[in-house]
Design a protein around this ligand. Structure first.
Ligand code: PMP
Length: 360
């Protein structure tokens, strides 16, 4: 098999050693006589897998003991509902920085249950930057303050997180979790869909500070109450058992790579290969403001829809796949998550150079 370079935003490339390990263990895990997929989630052997996944994640992110780690389902979208349902505990009000498609979804979901105060937005320039904030606009009585830390579609990320004082900061980290070290203490709740840096689609990670759970609105369905999942350690119902096992293997792999500091160094170098070329290219242009550029998702374009689609098609023939931008914005986007090797980015840049020469 020839493995392609898959630049998809998610589900996305996974580390090859993880896929091989999973393949070798697929029919039989250890000497259990069965696949992980066939195991009861209540069995001792599965509990060990689950514990290793949780311990792995806690180790990588240095998660303090007053934070719970949950492995849920429903994707980041369900978190858009769970966050307001659980955290609109006092004034049914939150502050939010609006940075693109995914904060729009979060805003629409939260507005069903309370008031969303947009303290800043980058909508005026197509969400191509992270807006500066004026703390005097922050609501002291907000139940929480919401951001999307890495904007997968727009290719922006926070160089610095806002200081929200006593108001808990909540972050959708779907497309950058585990790409860099993180001070979890800065946040009340972090959530992320797995299908980028963690594993296959179907698992959603939530990391929540203990005091924030247990105050859900009375209409909150049982399955959407963080406290229920905390109490049952993500096993109130059947969890996505195989996805959690895959996440466990990915956590092991990241640790073997040297952990998050090493991951960040590699990711920055990979992103620099593409950004350096974009900055010098006469054909391709990056769309995100330089100081806010993501190191995970890099959107770019030529300025011509025809050339963009020709580029995407020709790249595909070279084994450089899924370079089309999100359907809402067009152009191109290279998602270069942890598992994308540096050679993949170099191959992409070599191909862009060739394409540029041919289209002068
Ligand atoms: N938030 C971000 C930052 C995302 O990138 C995505 C998906 N690409 C979502 C939310 C939505 O995720 P899901 O499809 O898992 O609900």
């Amino acid at each position: 098999m020839t493995r392609v370079y898959n630049f998809s935003a998610g589900p996305a490339i996974l580390p090859e050693p993880v896929l091989k390990k999973a393949a070798s263990e697929l029919p039989e895990y250890g000497s259990t006589g069965m696949s992980v997929m066939e195991m009861s989630h209540r069995s001792k052997v599965y509990q060990e897998i689950f514990d290793r996944a949780e311990t792995g994640l806690r180790g990588l992110l240095n998660i303090p003991s007053n934070y719970h780690v949950l492995f849920l389902q429903g994707g980041a979208h369900l978190q858009f509902d769970m966050v307001p349902l659980n955290l609109f505990a006092k004034n049914k009000k939150c502050d939010m920085i609006h940075t693109g498609t995914w904060t729009k979804r979060a805003k629409d979901a939260a507005e069903k249950f309370g008031t969303v105060n947009l303290v800043a937005s980058s909508e005026d320039k197509n969400f191509s930057y992270i807006p500066k904030t004026d703390p005097s606009k922050f609501s002291a009585d907000a139940d929480y303050f919401y951001i999307c830390s890495n904007n997968t579609i727009e290719g922006t990320r926070y160089a610095e997180f806002p200081d929200t004082g006593n108001v808990p900061l909540i972050a959708d980290m779907s497309s950058e979790i585990l790409s860099t070290p993180l001070d979890v203490n800065r946040f009340g709740l972090i959530f992320a869909g797995a299908q980028k840096n963690v594993g296959p689609a179907g698992v959603t990670i939530a990391i929540i500070r203990d005091e924030l759970a247990g105050h859900a609105l009375s209409v909150t369905p049982t399955m959407l109450d963080y406290r229920v999942h905390i109490k049952e350690r993500s096993m109130y119902n059947t969890p996505p058992t195989y996805g959690i096992y895959m996440a466990m293997l990915v956590f092991d792999w990241i640790k073997e790579q040297g952990g998050l500091a090493a991951m960040e160094e590699k990711n920055k170098k990979k992103a620099a290969i593409l950004y350096n070329f974009l900055d010098s290219s006469s054909l391709f242009k990056g769309t995100a403001a330089r100081e806010d550029r993501s190191i995970m998702n890099i959107p770019f374009l030529t300025g011509s829809d025809e050339l963009d689609s020709e580029f995407i098609k020709s790249a595909e023939k070279q084994g450089l796949l899924n370079l089309a931008g999100h359907r809402s914005v067009g152009g191109m986007r290279a998602s270069i998550y942890n598992a994308m090797p540096s050679e993949g980015v170099s191959r992409l840049v070599d191909f862009m150079k060739k394409f540029e020469t041919e289209h002068k």
